[in-house]
Design a protein around this ligand. Structure first.
Ligand SMILES: Cc1cc2nc3c(=O)[nH]c(=O)nc-3n(C[C@H](O)[C@H](O)[C@H](O)COP(=O)(O)O)c2cc1C
Length: 256
């Protein structure tokens, strides 16, 4: 288990080998066994293998080639639709159509997703999460015909790796782990503990000739400039997507 978890790499290039349906079923079963708030299991996963449907998701996922290449895309959703239907048919008092319901479902969905990822990796399959699920939540809701009280939270592509990438760097554990109470880092610690990442990421980006030219043209001189630039996670993009997400959460029945 330790070896498996510590050897994770995201896979973005896939062979055209299909996943045996029984194997895929066994992998999905591990999600079923994951912890879930109140054991309500307030999540769903939509498995997309049909090429035409994958092509629709490819567009929604900003045309990331791995969506077309991988044999399957799994979209994990917070799902209180099923529970609310059970409450409805039994004539009980309704609940869960609020922001807390969304958060509970989202946590359940991500826990299940990660169990499924580890199970997949344990049998030699590769996975890559896609943050574009949130960026395109409005389009994905439409493509997957998600009913009220179902909201896409994250997706993965899954398949047999056609690449063998090196392990990516990580920040040190002492930056993530606090004992008893949160201890903010001093400015010096922040600089010191990000030094390797600052250099390695900058070198990595500049090793890509087209990106190097873009960075130079935009006057970007360090990694943190890049992170919040128009090329990655700008405030403007965050505001636009957040506005869409809040509107869609309301539309899907996940608000007060
Ligand atoms: C929620 C989430 C969203 C992600 N979205 C994308 C994505 O849209 N495209 C992509 O290529 N990688 C994506 N990744 C993969 C990360 O880039 C990757 O996990 C990170 O760079 C660390 O690399 P590693 O997983 O190989 O260790 C995502 C990862 C997570 C957890």
């Amino acid at each position: 288990m330790f070896e498996l978890a510590n050897s994770h790499r995201s896979i973005r290039s896939y062979t055209d080998q299909k996943i045996d349906p029984d194997l895929l079923n066994d992998i999905l079963m591990t999600g079923l066994r994951s912890s879930s708030s109140g054991n309500i299991q307030s999540w769903s996963v939509i498995v997309t293998q049909d090429e035409e449907n994958k092509a629709k998701l490819f567009k929604a996922h900003y045309e990331q080639p791995m969506v077309n290449e991988a044999p399957a895309v799994l979209t994990f959703c917070a799902d209180f639709h099923r529970m609310r239907e059970w409450i409805r048919v039994n004539g009980s008092k309704q609940s869960f159509d609020d922001f807390l319901g969304f958060m509970v479902g989202a946590v359940d969905a991500v826990i299940a997703a990660q169990s499924i990822c580890l199970a997949a990796e344990s049998v030699g399959l590769g996975i890559c999460y896609m943050g574009t699920t949130l960026m395109s939540a409005d389009k994905i809701i439409e493509i997957l015909e998600l009913p009220e009280n179902v909201f896409p939270v994250t997706s993965i592509v899954i398949g047999y790796p056609a690449e063998d990438p090196a392990l990516r760097d990580r920040l040190s554990l002492d930056m993530m782990v606090h004992h008893e109470t949160y201890r903010p880092l001093s400015d010096d610690e922040i600089r010191e503990k990000h030094a390797d990442r600052e250099k390695n990421a900058w070198d990595r980006y500049n090793a890509i000739p087209e990106l190097k030219a873009k960075l130079a043209e935009a006057g970007i001189t360090k990694v943190t400039d890049f992170y919040t630039s128009e090329f990655k996670y700008s405030k403007e993009m965050h505001t636009e997507v957040s506005t869409m997400l809040l509107a869609k959460l309301k539309e899907q029945g996940f608000w007060l």
